[in-house]
Design a protein around this ligand. Structure first.
Ligand SMILES: NC(=O)c1ccc[n+]([C@@H]2O[C@H](COP(=O)([O-])OP(=O)(O)OC[C@H]3O[C@@H](n4cnc5c(N)ncnc54)[C@H](O)[C@@H]3O)[C@@H](O)[C@H]2O)c1
Length: 443
């Protein structure tokens, strides 16, 4: 049993704390948000993540997991401290490191014995060295410490499974012995462990996220081409090997948008033009506009029309609304004078704060009632088997824009919907839009 402290109890920190305690360690998790910690002490989860509540409860009851707002208490007899605070976008697209800085200072001021400081937050290349400088400067008396980077690859919605069965564990440090000790902590996860230097580990995280974001923008561009040429992007993606090749409304959430931006910023700072990253961001931004433009093409003037957003979270199985496509789509529709309604199985509380003018529905059927169009924004499972006849009969106009390709175009047309998926080459009346001339010899 090792004594571990986790700083920040958001999506990454709380999962890290719960999983390490479940692996038999003694974990104390800290946050500066007193409400969050008070709630956790009462057994209330600050976020929605499947399986998390049960895992937290089990380990609290077993005496392996506790919560605090006191750094002094968190660091008492502690061997490892994981920094898991947020690193949102700064004004220029760079990562804002104020939470990391403040966590590093508090660690320095409260550490009582030699400590391995592990950075799990996604931070710009060079931050590990900077954290070491902050701690050295802020320590009241010199105590040994070592900084290790351990980027996190979990995905919200499957965070516990991702944490417990990762594809790989990446560790970076200038101190091999410290990295080896952190590797020992991860051995029960039985994943390959890559040990490298600090900066390379930090870069691996950005490169990984930027690569996945690139795949999403790539398949979205292919979707547009499929639409013009009469091909079906879902089949194309299946033929290519589906991983992160789902065409739709583009990426959102708390990681890809800010991480691609931050990597482009780092490149520009060093005098490189990040051409691919810039295109990835441009293509992604256009997906949100596309929804608005398509609705206008189908419906005409949107003023006074009621549009229902099926799903609000940036993806299914989470309540995370950070950089969710639904927010931009709702705002564009509201600006055009439409009435916007929304429904999401878990994200409506969080959504209300961001888009207060959106009227929240009780369920998908309530959302459809009297709507001129529905837009599938989030691919929640519960939307996949709705009673679509009931939906069609209650809508003012049976129009569905399926931004996540959860329905079958053929079936939707048979049911009498004006239906558009993404990259599926069908117009609302079932006609392929473009005739293609095949030229055997273009010379
Ligand atoms: N969310 C994800 O899916 C995910 C996946 C991989 C990596 N990451 C990265 O992990 C980091 C954390 O992301 P998140 O989504 O968990 O963030 P989050 O916003 O959900 O949680 C951050 C927590 O840190 C707390 N905090 C801020 N300053 C603090 C301080 N000085 N001391 C103690 N607590 C403090 C906040 O109160 C908050 O509870 C980010 O760098 C993110 O890029 C996130």
């Amino acid at each position: 049993m090792r004594k571990i402290s986790v700083i920040g109890v958001g999506y990454v920190g709380l999962v890290t704390a719960a999983c390490f305690s479940d692996l038999g360690n003694h974990v104390i998790a800290l946050d500066v948000d007193e409400k969050r910690i008070a709630g956790l002490k009462r057994g209330e989860m600050p976020i929605y993540e499947p399986g998390l509540e049960e895992l937290v409860q089990r380990n609290v009851e077993a005496g392996r997991l506790a919560f605090t707002t006191s750094y002094k208490e968190a660091l008492k007899d502690c061997e490892f401290v994981f920094i898991c605070v947020g690193t949102p976008s700064g004004v220029d697209g760079d990562a804002d490191l104020k939470y990391v800085e403040s966590a590093a200072k508090s660690i320095a001021e409260n550490m009582q014995a030699p400590l391995i400081v592990i950075n799990k937050s996604t931070v710009p290349v060079g931050t590990g060295d900077w954290v070491a400088e902050i701690i050295t400067r802020a320590e009241p008396k010199p105590i040994d410490f070592w900084v290790v980077s351990c980027p996190e690859f979990l995905r919200e919605g499957s965070a516990i499974a991702d944490f417990m069965s990762p594809h790989r564990t990446v560790l970076g440090s200038l101190h091999r012995e410290a990295a080896d000790k952190v590797a020992q902590l991860h051995l029960p996860l039985r994943a390959p462990i890559v040990i490298t230097d600090l900066r390379t580990a930090e870069m691996i995280k950005y490169a990984s996220n930027a690569f996945l974001a690139t795949k999403i923008s790539f398949i979205n561009e292919i979707a547009d081409i499929c639409e013009s040429l009469g091909a079906d992007v879902k089949e194309v993606a299946a033929g290519m090997g589906k991983y992160f090749l789902e065409a739709g409304l583009g990426y959102g959430g708390s990681c890809f948008p800010k991480d691609v931006k931050a990597l482009a910023f780092m490149a520009e700072e060093m005098g490189h033009e990040p051409r691919i990253l810039n295109s990835v961001m441009t293509v992604n931004g256009l997906r949100r506009e596309m929804v608005f433009n398509r609705l206008k093409n189908i419906i005409g003037d949107l003023k006074g029309k009621t549009i229902g957003l099926l799903g609000l979270a940036f993806k299914w199985n989470t309540d995370d609304m950070r950089d969710a496509p639904s927010v931009d789509i709702a705002e564009a529709l509201l600006n055009a004078g439409a009435k916007v309604r929304g429904y999401d199985p878990v994200a409506m509380e969080a959504a209300k704060e961001l888009i207060p003018k959106v009227d929240m529905a009780r369920d998908a059927y309530d959302l459809a009632d009297g709507a001129d169009a529905l837009v599938v924004v989030t691919e929640w499972n519960e939307f996949k088997n709705l009673d679509l006849e009931r939906i069609r009969n209650s809508m003012r106009q049976p129009i569905i824009l399926d931004g996540r390709n959860i329905y079958q175009p053929e079936q939707m047309r048979k049911l009498g919907f004006t239906y558009q998926g993404i990259g599926r080459s069908y117009s609302g009346n079932g006609q392929i839009q473009t005739e293609i001339k095949v030229r055997p010899n273009a010379a």
